[in-house]
Design a protein around this ligand. Structure first.
Ligand code: C2E
Ligand code: MG
Ligand code: MG
Length: 652
């Protein structure tokens, strides 16, 4: 696991733990505060508040009682009315004292009130007697006034007591309120701390979850996309194809296009894999842009192979326009690190429902069309037709037959002579493979690519080396002259781990002189993996073998590399030779190649020389050797033997 990931997990755990602890602490603190408030609130409700209320009522009853006396004294009420008020007041005082009892208890405080009340109430009979003794002249009489003063003093004393008791009750209320306020503010502080903690943890979790969702999205994207180009990959393509098939009714017409960038391995061979990757990224972006412009979706299958899905049929104008746009986009020269790269694409298309219904059938047909496009030389669009399936079937049959060609002794070598231009003598032969099947000779151009693709080139190549060396040794025996034989080595053969060991074995077994064996290698073979290839070339040269570069000029040759290869010969490709007498650029290329070869100390041979005129031009440009129909066609060993004799005679 990444250290940063484990660190963030630890932080999450710690913050969640902190939030849990904080919430526990908070609820414990709240519980405690609630208990304290509850504890203080109970006596408040049952004692202090009733006390305050009934003390107030008692005091009011006392004042009303006293007022009745005052009214009677000033004779503003009748004696009957006074008696009535006095009775009422007494009972009021009694009942309020009774109400005060639960909150005050039977303690001294209630005793003081009760005693004072009794003393006041006890004055009533005496007051009435005095008032009745002097009816109408009581106001200002001393005994009555004295009695009222005594009563006033008693009432004042009682009110002082009541005030003191009320004050105590109010203080208790205040204390309780202060305590509750303090508890609540400490709880509020705790809640604030908890809030901050929860918000911080929440934000952190949010950040982490977002980061995780982003990573999951990226992983999901990677699971369905090619990491180099960012295009959806083969599995995504197959899934999409099946999805389209599942909703056939709604899907309507759609076209499956398979494409391959032509000769992409040459770019890799010439500039290396990293460069090839960069070109591939650029090409993928262009393909995507061009396809999406016309509603298509591009997938990278592997290597230089792509698939494109269009929501239109192959037979529509829209499809034709889309594909034309796509091919133009690929054809545009591509500037990568100062190199101008030219690419083309081969495309094979099949469409639903015109050519097939199932994804498997569409794929098979699009592939057959692609193979046809490649076979036609690339830079081509082929739309599937039934005749292609027959070709594909043929190809599979051919592969199966080729597998048995060696054991059935169906392979043979033909030898094409090569001529030295200085003296006109035979220099040697190029061994060219033929497959004789049911009396017919099949050209290597028709089966070597198939052998390359299927890997059959390894056993076939071994057979060619063995046969060519055996023939060279036989001619040496027969004629006494070491005739040089050139053998074509395919890229896959050259890269095989046992290539060198097998060759050494054959040289030893046949006893052929290594100097009379020339290996023809194409430029891409050497540049694909330059350093190991150079090392292998040195070892081959150390064995005494000759080395030639075949089809020179058709690959991405780097002159810098060329000077480092321990080779003897350049074979100018026949495509330059073919048109050199008519196209001036071709003749310039041929002349330049001859002088390049010479400046590197190499022998230069031109192949595909068909006319006397071409031979003369090459001789004039000091080309060393030629090979072509004008000197001799590829022929079976027996016929080549007579050619040797003739060639030797010429030399002699
Ligand atoms: P290549 O090595 O460039 O061989 C030259 C080809 O040009 C031969 O075709 C030869 O028959 C043809 N040719 C020679 N002179 C002329 C001419 O004047 N005019 C024309 N138009 N063609 C001429 P071929 O034999 O069909 O071989 C084709 C290719 O197949 C060869 O090209 C070589 O790349 C490959 N090949 C042939 N034999 C072998 C083999 O044993 N092993 C491997 N790996 N490849 C082979
Ligand atoms: Mg050759
Ligand atoms: Mg060639």
């Amino acid at each position: 696991m990444q250290p940063s990931a484990s660190r963030s997990r630890l932080v999450i755990c710690i913050s969640l733990l902190l939030v849990i602890v904080a919430s526990l602490v908070l609820s414990a603190a709240m519980e405690r505060t609630a208990n304290t408030i509850r504890r203080n609130e109970t006596p408040l409700l049952s004692v202090v508040i009733p006390q305050l209320r009934y003390l107030g009522e008692y005091e009011s009853a006392l004042l009303r009682y006293q007022l009745a006396y005052d009214k009677r004294y000033t004779e503003s009420i009748t004696p009957d009315r006074f008696q009535f008020l006095e009775r009422m007041g007494r009972s009021e005082l009694d009942s309020t004292l009774g109400q005060l009892r639960p909150s005050l208890g039977d303690g001294p405080e209630l005793g003081v009130l009760r005693d004072g009340t009794m003393r006041i109430v006890a004055m009533a009979p005496q007051f009435e007697r005095l008032m009745e003794a002097n009816p109408g002249a009581n106001a200002g009489s001393d005994p009555v006034r004295n009695l009222l003063v005594t009563m006033n003093d008693e009432v004042k004393a009682l009110r002082t007591q009541i005030d003191a008791m009320q004050l105590r009750a109010q203080e208790a209320l205040y204390d309780n309120g202060t305590l509750a306020g303090r508890s609540i503010s400490s709880i509020t502080t705790l809640i604030h701390i908890f809030d901050v903690l929860a918000v911080v943890t929440g934000l952190f979790l949010l950040y982490h979850v977002r980061a995780r969702v982003r990573v999951e999205d990226q992983l999901k994207h990677l699971a369905g996309h090619d990491p180099l180009t960012g295009l959806p990959h083969r599995r995504a393509f197959e899934a999409r194809l099946h999805q389209l098939a599942a909703q056939q009714e709604d899907a309507g017409h759609h076209a499956v296009v398979l494409g391959t960038i032509d000769r992409f391995s040459r770019i890799i061979g010439g500039f290396g894999h990293a460069f090839g990757d960069r070109v591939m990224v650029g090409l993928a972006a262009r393909l995507r842009l061009a396809a999406e412009r016309s509603g298509g979706q591009v997938f990278r299958l592997d290597g230089a192979n792509f698939a494109i899905l269009y929501r239109v049929g192959c037979d529509s104008v829209a499809f034709e326009q889309a594909l034309a746009g796509l091919r133009d986009e690929v054809r545009n020269p591509y500037d990568c690190e100062g190199h101008e790269i030219f690419t083309t694409v081969s495309l094979g298309a099949a469409s639903y429902p015109l050519h097939g219904q199932s994804p498997q059938a569409l794929l098979r047909y699009a592939d057959a069309a692609l193979q046809a496009a490649r076979k036609a030389g690339g830079d081509n669009l082929v739309t599937y037709g039934p005749e292609l399936t027959a070709q594909t079937g043929e190809r599979l049959d051919m592969e199966a037959l080729l597998r048995h060609a060696i054991e059935r002794d169906e392979l043979e070598l033909h030898y094409q002579p090569q001529q030295g231009l200085r003296d006109g003598c035979l220099v040697g032969f190029e061994a060219l493979l033929r497959w004789r099947r049911m009396g017919q000779l099949i050209s290597p151009a028709d089966f070597i690519p198939l052998a390359e693709e299927s890997g059959l080139i390894i056993p076939i190549g071994k057979w060619v080396i063995e046969e060519a060396c055996r023939q060279a040794a036989a001619w040496r025996c027969q004629t006494g002259v070491a005739v040089q034989v050139a053998i074509n080595i395919s890229p896959r053969q050259f890269a095989a781990p046992d290539f060198l060991a097998h060759l050494e074995g054959v040289l030893a077994a046949t006893g052929v002189e290594p100097a009379s064996i020339e290996l023809e290698i194409t430029e891409s073979v050497m540049l694909e993996n330059a350093e190991p290839a150079i090392a292998l070339l040195h070892r081959l040269r150390a064995l005494g073998l000759k080395l030639a570069i075949d089809d020179f000029g058709t690959g991405y040759s780097s002159l810098q590399y060329l000077s480092r290869f321990p080779i003897h010969k350049l074979k100018i490709d026949q495509s330059f030779v073919r048109n050199m007498d008519t196209v001036s650029e071709q003749s310039t290329i041929v002349q330049a190649t001859i002088s390049l070869g010479h400046s590197l100390g190499l022998t230069v041979i031109a192949e595909g020389v068909e006319t006397e005129q071409q031979r003369a031009m090459l001789a004039a440009w000091r080309c060393d050797e030629i090979q072509g129909y004008c000197y001799g066609r590829p022929q079976p060993a027996a016929m080549a033997r007579s050619f040797i004799d003739h060639g030797l005679l010429q030399a002699a």
